[in-house]
Design a protein around this ligand. Structure first.
Ligand SMILES: N[C@@H](CCC(=O)N[C@@H](CS)C(=O)NCC(=O)O)C(=O)O
Length: 212
């Protein structure tokens, strides 16, 4: 498998964690987003959305991190990323989706670039935007996890799964933009447990060959 990735991309970080948790070896192909390598004709022939991650698995070219993580879970069922009961699966997916659909799109590079470029927003206002949406989103995730009846070291029980795969990159992204995460005690406890695992450590931005 070949993963098109950028070390700071939270979408690619999700897939790196998933590949590592499944123990799947992969080749990493860096795509430098600040240098606009996502806009080359070659890359856009794989993903017209000009976004990483892209995963090549033989003839299959997969895009969208949630679809990729699902594909990996369906192709390599062990260890599973979702619990068995339908309601529990829906709960875990809802945490991943709260991050993938509500938080991440608003802090993505092209959105921030559009604010400071065509809309002429100042750096300060851009950061206010970023902090507002990331904190609001994480606060809701914190509340849901802290109220969860399923206790354990991870988002759902004692094994890392889909929700953790989405949570950890979002926390790293928030930290990079100096969001004060100290109030999110449940999220930080889960992050600490995840970061004890080699699968998460090896997927971290700082561990990537393209890290700057
Ligand atoms: N929903 C997509 C989001 C992918 C995405 O936004 N990727 C970002 C990096 S995390 C990207 O490639 N940004 C390039 C840009 O904004 O120009 C997914 O989950 O794969």
């Amino acid at each position: 498998m070949k993963l098109y990735s950028y070390f700071r991309s939270s979408g690619a970080y999700r897939v790196r964690i998933a590949l590592n948790l499944k123990g799947i070896p992969y080749e990493l192909q860096p795509v430098n987003l600040p240098r606009n390598e996502q806009f080359t004709a070659e890359f856009q022939s794989m993903n017209p959305q000009a976004l990483v991650p892209v995963l090549e698995d033989g003839a299959n070219v997969l895009v969208q991190s949630l679809a990729i993580v699902d594909y990996l879970d369906e192709t390599y069922p062990k260890p599973p990323f979702l619990p068995v009961a339908p309601a529990a699966r829906a709960w875990v997916r809802s945490i991943a989706l709260a991050i993938a659909c509500e938080i991440h799109p608003l802090n993505n590079l092209r959105v921030l670039r559009y604010l400071t470029g065509p809309l002429g927003v100042s750096e300060e206002a851009k950061n206010t935007w970023y902090h507002h949406w990331v904190k609001l989103g994480l606060q809701a995730v914190e509340e849901r996890l802290s109220r969860s009846s399923v206790r354990g070291s991870f988002c759902y029980g004692d094994a890392p799964g889909l929700a953790d795969i989405f949570l950890i990159p979002q926390l790293a992204n928030g930290r990079r933009y100096n969001v004060d995460l100290s109030g999110f005690t449940t999220l930080l406890r889960i992050e600490e447990n995840c970061m004890r695992l080699p699968a998460f450590q090896r997927a971290a931005p700082s561990a990537q060959p393209d890290a700057e």
